[in-house]
Design a protein around this ligand. Structure first.
Ligand SMILES: [Mn+2]
Length: 395
């Protein structure tokens, strides 16, 4: 019988002693919740765990159990490693060093038992962080991991990797790929992982359940976007396990910081509607961010607010710019509108109900091009609508 990805993942995790947990950059509630739930579960199993979050994290999530234990960068160990090719010299090397105090230098001398070593026989590198397993959550491809992927590229080749995800565009980049497209969230999949890991001693407690319910709630917009019967059953199970549902709702949906409120106001003041192509859009510029006094995390989730506000539109688009990039956040309003197709026009992706993309440049430079590309896509035959100018360039 062929082993399922789930069985393989469970086996790898059980055997591992030191585990690195990663998720996509700018993690959302599902990414944070699934990573911290697994972090807490693995600690209970006596493993050494590092969880690293990269990019912007909304302050609203600071209530998550384990939040303070997560890191924002991955450090290699202190060692510098010299690798010597001993094929011509034999392996009984002698190591010595000579101090040059006036120059504040130390020379390391490597003497081979026979022949001589040439500079090309020696390579020097920083040592990689030491893990025996990497688990990547809520990521559809390795690029979603962010800068770590390039910073420690070898790590992803040398260490076994598991990907657990629910995105339709997952490209099976890991050694073991547990991808369940029917799951509403990665947290929903993790409930079954935590159960399997806890066969001998149940792991699911109120803290882990609170992390997992957070992902279920945020990825379904508190069960507003097409919840499946399974997701509702799993949510009930988490509440029974002590998940603090009221705290989650309170923190995510009922509290707002002053900078966020100001930013929200700016976004709403700039909402525009394209009646012909049935969508609404707004923008949040770097200047808006700076003037309202919020961090970059304040803009996360505002696309959901935008999608709430209007009936006669198929989808909502929020453009934000920072660090030389325009980020587009798409939310479907009409359930038949698959916004991941729109994100795909710009090399992005995501889900039918919520997706995103990034384009180099600023809103001022790119807004018209982005809008026109979308308008063109909305009229697939290319027939020109009266009084409209269109272009198909994507910038
Ligand atoms: Mn997710």
């Amino acid at each position: 019988m062929e082993t399922t990805p789930k069985a393989q993942a469970v086996e790898l995790i059980k055997q591992a002693k030191t585990v690195l947990i990663l998720t996509h950059r700018d993690p959302d509630g599902d990414a944070l919740g699934s990573a911290l739930a697994l972090h807490l579960a693995l600690l209970k199993l006596g493993k050494t765990v590092d969880t690293v979050f990269q990019g912007t994290i909304g302050d609203v999530f600071s209530y998550l159990p384990g939040y303070d234990q997560a890191k924002t960068e991955l450090v290699g160990s202190n060692d510098l490693v010299l690798t010597v090719d001993t094929r011509q010299t034999g392996e009984e090397l002698q190591l010595g060093y000579k101090k040059l105090p006036d120059e504040h230098r130390i020379k390391i001398i490597v003497t081979p038992p026979r022949g001589s070593l040439k500079p090309e026989d020696v390579t020097i590198e920083s040592s990689l962080p030491k893990y025996d397993l990497i688990v990547m959550l809520d990521c559809s491809n390795l690029d979603r991991i962010g800068p770590l992927k390039d910073q420690f590229a070898d790590l992803f080749y040398e260490v076994p990797t598991i990907s657990i995800d629910h995105h339709a565009d997952n490209n099976h980049f890991a050694k073991v790929n547990w991808v369940d497209l029917t799951a509403t969230s990665t947290c929903e999949i993790l409930v079954s992982l935590v159960e399997s890991l806890g066969r001998d001693e149940p792991l699911l407690d109120a803290d882990i359940a609170t992390c997992l319910l957070t992902g279920l709630i945020t990825d379904t917009g508190s069960f507003q976007h097409r919840p499946t019967p399974k997701s509702l059953t799993v949510a009930a199970q988490l509440v029974a396990a002590g998940a603090r549902q009221q705290e989650i709702i309170e923190r995510i949906y009922r509290s707002i910081t002053l900078p966020r409120m100001r930013l929200w106001g700016r976004m709403l003041a700039k909402v525009q509607q394209d009646q012909k192509h049935k969508f609404i859009w707004s923008t949040i510029t770097e200047t808006d961010m700076a003037e309202t006094g919020g961090g970059a995390g304040e803009s996360s989730g505002l696309a959901n607010e935008l999608a709430k506000s209007v009936g006669d539109a198929d989808f909502a688009l929020l453009l934000t710019d920072r660090d030389g990039e325009v980020r587009g956040n798409l939310r479907s309003i009409n359930p038949t509108c698959n916004v991941s197709e729109i994100a795909g026009l710009f090399g992005g992706g995501g889900h039918a109900a919520a997706s995103g993309f990034r384009v180099k440049g600023t809103i001022q430079e790119k807004e018209e091009t982005i809008l026109n590309t979308i308008r063109h896509w909305r009229v697939p035959n290319g027939e020109k609508l009266p009084g409209e100018q269109r272009t198909s360039s994507t910038g």
